[in-house]
Write a protein that binds this ligand. Structure first.
Ligand SMILES: CSC[C@@H](O)[C@@H](O)C(=O)COP(=O)(O)O
Length: 362
């Protein structure tokens, strides 16, 4: 990812001390670029719960480094630390995938060998995610090139929901990776960025990173997507995901389902980008089986922003005393998904296509 011309990863070991973990504090964006230093697994757990770090693949990689921090201090605590970190957020399966990978790598090692092995495995998970997302970008790029070829000189209009860019992964992003590659290849891409209430990951994070990369974009209210599609202003929808079932159902940020319905009604292709770590082959029916995180009412009733004189303030927008509900994700059934963009190629959102592409996961 590029910030002010310098390439960064969203999680990394501190270069100065060689063991603590650096993450970008996403609760400070887009107002401040602030790198946090994490030294204890409890700080990692807090960072995940409070969404200082967020996005399915990045949660997994950060939790892996949380295990490494714990192993440095107390290698006998492997199982309880992994159980604690796995509980920090329920919907993104990447968290559990990363923790299971850490357990498999460390469980049979003697305690004195666990710290070094944990850092090596966490680094391997991070490297895997960066390479995977880059490959997702390469496999998604032709979709945008085909649209560009049909309307020479005109912008390719992509709509995205939430943030599935480099801020949500170790590097590149999932849904945004093809967009970055198209932009870098000189295609005239324009992105409609859903603001993504209640946490505004679109307005705050996707807009921030597209802007940092120089990609043309426009922030729209969450409810604008259907109207834009009816008027031919959206060529393609590309979103990320927190969990894909073995049948191709897709969990993603609340509001994704409504975008898929509007896309279906308007004949707009609806693509979902995912790394292998987001596949949950244990689940068949996404609506019935994927746990949906319920977050605090305050995220709905209140808004945080920067005042004209530079202060970050939170204000209440809902009527005093009105309760709120805050389901953070929804599930888009496979029948509404045009296809999946994976690091191995593009496939249909179906049990057969997923099984054929990932036979080792069966
Ligand atoms: C590549 S990230 C895909 C998803 O994790 C992303 O779209 C999303 O829903 C993130 O939710 P968040 O609650 O901000 O962690």
């Amino acid at each position: 990812m590029r910030i002010d011309g310098t390439w960064h990863r969203s999680v990394r070991v501190d270069l100065a001390d060689g063991w603590s973990v650096r993450i970008l504090d996403q609760t400070r964006l887009p107002w401040q670029v602030e790198w946090l230093r994490l030294t204890h697994e409890d700080e990692v757990a807090h960072a995940i719960r409070s969404m200082q770090t967020r996005g399915a693949p990045l949660i997994g990689a950060t939790a892996a480094y949380g295990v490494a921090l714990a192993m440095r201090r107390d290698p006998a605590a492997l199982e309880p630390v992994c159980a604690m970190l796995a509980e920090t957020r329920p919907t993104a399966i990447n968290l559990r995938w990363a923790i299971e990978r850490m357990l498999a790598a460390l469980r049979n090692l003697p305690p004195e060998a666990r710290a070094a092995a944990a850092y090596a495995e966490a680094a391997a998970i991070a490297d895997d995610d960066a390479a995977t997302c880059e490959a997702i970008g390469r496999h998604g790029l032709p979709l945008l090139q085909e649209i560009a070829a049909r309307k020479p000189g005109a912008p390719v209009n992509v709509l995205t929901h939430c943030n599935a860019g480099w801020l949500a992964t170790v590097d590149w992003g999932t849904a945004l990776a093809p967009i970055y590659m198209a932009h870098d290849a000189g295609l005239p891409v324009h992105v409609w960025v859903d603001e993504t209430r209640p946490r505004n990951q679109g307005a705050a994070l996707t807009a921030f990173e597209l802007g940092a990369h120089g990609v043309n974009h426009t922030v729209v209210a969450d409810n604008a997507g259907g109207h834009l599609m009816q008027h031919g202003e959206v060529d393609i929808v590309i979103v990320g995901t927190d969990r894909v079932t073995r049948t191709g159902d897709v969990a993603n940020k609340i509001g994704t389902y409504l975008k898929a319905l509007a896309a279906k009604d308007n004949g707009v292709p609806f693509w979902v980008a995912l790394p292998h770590s987001t596949l949950d082959m244990r689940v068949a029916d996404g609506v019935a089986e994927i746990p949906i995180e319920e977050r605090s009412q305050a995220e709905v009733t209140d808004l945080t922003g920067r005042t004209a004189d530079g202060r970050i303030e939170t204000i209440r927008v809902a009527a005093a005393g009105s309760p709120a509900a805050n389901p953070a994700f929804d599930v888009t059934p496979a029948r509404l998904v045009t296809g999946l963009i994976t690091e191995r190629g593009r496939i249909a959102a179906s049990a057969e296509a997923i099984a054929a592409m990932y036979p080792e996961k069966l």
